[in-house]
Structure formats: structure tokens, C-alpha cells
Write a protein that binds this ligand. Structure first.
Ligand SMILES: Cc1ncc(COP(=O)(O)O)c(C=O)c1O
Length: 377
């Protein structure tokens, strides 16, 4: 599914040198190694402020807390994402309100969000939190309009989307504030947990800095209840090295995605979506966007049987995500039921992520597609 060693081998010495430099300076938490990464990251995204923290989950919490989305406010997001997209809203003290996805992109459906904004709001909605799922940016033209018209904050969950773009603007630079994850399986990855918040607002950036260090602006003077969520110097140094290669890696992912498309079409397995009937619905890049293919996710009816068939042949695959968030035990208190979000529920039954990473070879992809062809025949 993912062979991280192929990325590591050519970087071995460069990474060891970067780690050695941190050990020489003994700057283990924030400090220059993280500041250097923050400067390089901000420059790459074209954003004014980039702030390192401990994880993508914490980055989401920091973004929400910095934007003062706490008790008495509600935030609209998707039920078809990783748990942290919703749990971070609860951790900030705000109320998550869920809206269904667009079945063609798996991203939050702007029409569903608009319907919620036009309905009753038991807790006033103050923000929208779209997720750029699988590396495909959410429809920012409509979300930007909704945000502006209704005076809502836009928070990006860009955990899976380093380098993705909507109409030439990079993810992380689209909303008021954004969260990235550098979890080891992400397209830009640390050697452990790490995350980042980006924003063009000096005021929000200042609040993130304060909140990531126990609410301190001055050492040992605590203005608010913050948290300890700082980035390690070692992660900053490793990420600074990898940042130089991410554009090439994303471009290689796009090549891998194009090859899957060609192979599936050549095998006669591709059917038009958004819902599968007898073959496989392929993912696509929304016109005007730049997809970084963090995942290559197909839809198929007999998904679980196919996954088992592939596993027996030594082919990895993954389900992101098997249970939509509104049906998670931990989120029962939100009051949703089976049937609340039919597109998310259907996607959870049909999606299958196939192996994709920059170093994946064409012959390996041929093996994957041939196995799927055999299963469907
Ligand atoms: C969409 C999404 N949001 C948030 C996160 C949380 O990031 P982390 O695992 O770094 O806490 C992840 C990654 O796991 C994710 O995929």
C-alpha cells in the first residue's frame, strides 16, 4: 500500500545530517530548526504565517481555538473524513453540524451546506470546515462565496493536501486558517507526529503561537488555557529536507494516478460515476483544481470481497473511511442516525484506496489492475 523506505533510501544521508545538526545545537522544541521549516513552508504555500505544532489534530484544534470557535458557536463539516475533523470542533468547545458529501468528489457538498445555513440554527453557525479529502481541494469558489455572504470563518482541513491548489491558490492559503498533518503516511511526512497551522492573519497567527505554548505570551504568564502542542526540532529539521522534494513527489503521484486511469480504461473496467454498477468508478481531478493524489480511491459494489481478493495476492488496499463520523459510537451524542447522510454512508461501503506513492512502479500498478480485472471477470 505504501513503501516509505523507497522515499527514505535516497535521503538517508541528508536526513542524518539534518538530525545531526539538531543534536549539535540541542534545540529540541521549536527554536531555529522549526522556525526554518516555518519560513520555508510559508514561502512555498505563499502564505504569511506558518506555525509548527505536534500533530494535524492539534493543528485543527489550534485553528478553531485561535478563531474563537468555542462554546455557543457551531461549525459545519463533513461526516466523511478522519475522526479529528469533528473531534477537534468538540475539543474547542464548539458544536459540529454535519452536511453530506458530493458523491463525485467525496468532499463536503456546498449545496448541502447552504441548505443547513438556510435552515434553523439552534446554535449559531460561525464557520465552515471543509476537508480537502484524498488531496482534492474542496470547492472553494462556493465556500468562499458562502463565507463572505454570511460572515463565516473558513477553516481548511488540509491534512491530506500539501501542494494541492484551487484555481492556482494553494491549500493552506484559501481559507481564514488551515491545518496540515505530517503523520508518516501523509504526502509530506515527518518521522513521527507533527502538524502545522497556516494563515494570512497576523492576529490569528499570534493567537496560535500563544495557544500552542500553554496560553503564554510571556514566559510563565498565562493569558488563556492553551495546550502544549509544539513541534519538535528534529521534526522541523526532517521536514525542511523533505519540503525540497514535495513538489517532485506530488508530480510523481499525478503520474501514478494518470497511469491508473489509463490502465483501468485499457482494461475496460472504468465506468462513469458517481455510483458504481458493475465495474469501478475512478476518481478524477475537478477542473480548475490541482489534485495531489494523497490517495487514489475507486468505488465498487463488492468492495469488501475485492479487498480480500487483493490481500490474498499480496496487494495492499485501505478503506478511508469505513464508518462515517455520524455513526461512530463516540459521536452518538450529535444526534444523527443511519440514513442522516446517505452519500457518506454509501461512500463508506464502496470506497477502496489503492496503492499510491511517488515511487510506485508501472509494473506494480499493472499487477493491481490485472488483479481487479480478474476479480470482476
Ligand atoms: C483529514 C484529516 N484530518 C486530520 C487528521 C489528523 O492528523 P494527525 O494524525 O496528524 O493528528 C488527519 C490525519 O490523520 C486527516 O487525514
Amino acid at each position: 500500500m505504501l513503501d516509505l523506505k523507497r522515499q527514505y533510501r535516497p535521503l538517508h544521508q541528508e536526513l542524518l545530517d539534518a538530525i545531526g545538526a539538531v543534536l549539535q545545537t540541542q534545540q529540541f522544541i521549536l527554536g531555529e530548526p522549526v522556525a526554518a521549516f516555518e519560513r520555508a513552508a510559508a514561502a512555498q504555500l505563499g502564505v504569511a504565517h506558518a506555525l509548527g505544532c505536534s500533530s494535524g489534530t492539534d493543528a485543527l484544534w489550534l485553528a478553531l481555538a485561535a478563531a474563537q470557535l468555542g462554546p455557543g458557536t457551531a461549525v459545519v463539516t463533513t461526516p466523511f473524513s478522519f475522526f479529528a475533523s469533528v473531534s477537534s470542533i468538540l475539543r474547542a468547545g464548539a458544536t459540529p453540524v454535519l452536511a453530506d458529501i458530493d458523491p463525485a468528489t467525496f468532499n463536503l457538498d456546498p449545496a448541502a451546506v447552504e441548505a443547513i445555513l438556510n435552515g434553523p440554527q439552534p446554535t449559531p453557525i460561525r464557520a465552515i470546515l471543509p476537508v480537502h479529502l484524498y488531496g482534492q481541494p474542496a470547492d472553494w469558489t462556493i465556500f468562499a462565496r458562502l463565507g463572505q455572504e454570511r460572515g463565516l470563518k473558513l477553516i481548511e482541513d488540509a491534512a491530506q493536501a500539501w501542494g494541492a491548489e484551487w484555481q492556482g491558490v494553494k491549500a493552506g492559503n484559501l481559507g481564514d486558517i488551515a491545518a496540515f498533518s505530517f503523520y508518516p503516511t501523509k504526502n509530506l511526512s515527518a518521522a513521527g507526529d507533527a502538524g502545522m497551522v497556516t494563515t494570512n492573519s497576523a492576529e490569528l497567527a499570534e493567537r496560535v503561537k500563544m495557544l500552542r505554548q500553554h496560553g503564554m505570551r510571556r514566559r510563565y504568564y498565562h493569558d488563556e488555557i492553551g495546550w502544549n502542542t509544539r513541534m519538535d526540532g528534529l521534526q522541523g529539521a526532517i521536514l525542511t529536507v523533505k519540503l525540497k522534494y514535495i513538489a517532485a513527489w506530488n508530480s510523481a503521484r499525478r503520474t501514478v494516478a494518470r497511469r491508473y486511469h489509463a490502465l483501468f480504461h485499457a482494461a475496460g473496467l472504468a465506468e462513469s460515476g458517481p455510483w458504481p454498477a458493475h465495474a469501478v468508478v475512478l476518481p478524477h481531478e475537478v477542473p480548475g483544481s490541482h489534485h495531489v493524489w494523497h490517495q487514489y480511491v475507486v468505488r465498487t459494489r463488492r468492495r469488501d470481497a475485492l479487498r480480500e481478493f487483493l490481500a490474498i495476492r499480496g496487494i495492499g488496499s485501505e478503506i478511508y473511511y469505513p464508518v462515517p463520523l455520524h455513526l461512530q459510537d463516540a459521536l452518538k451524542s450529535l444526534g444523527y442516525n443511519q440514513g442522516s447522510f446517505p452519500e457518506s454512508e454509501r461512500a463508506a461501503r464502496e470506497v477502496l484506496a489503492l496503492p499510491i506513492f511517488p515511487e510506485l512502479r508501472e509494473d506494480e500498478q499493472q499487477t493491481v489492475v490485472a488483479a481487479i480485472a480478474e476479480f470482476l471477470s
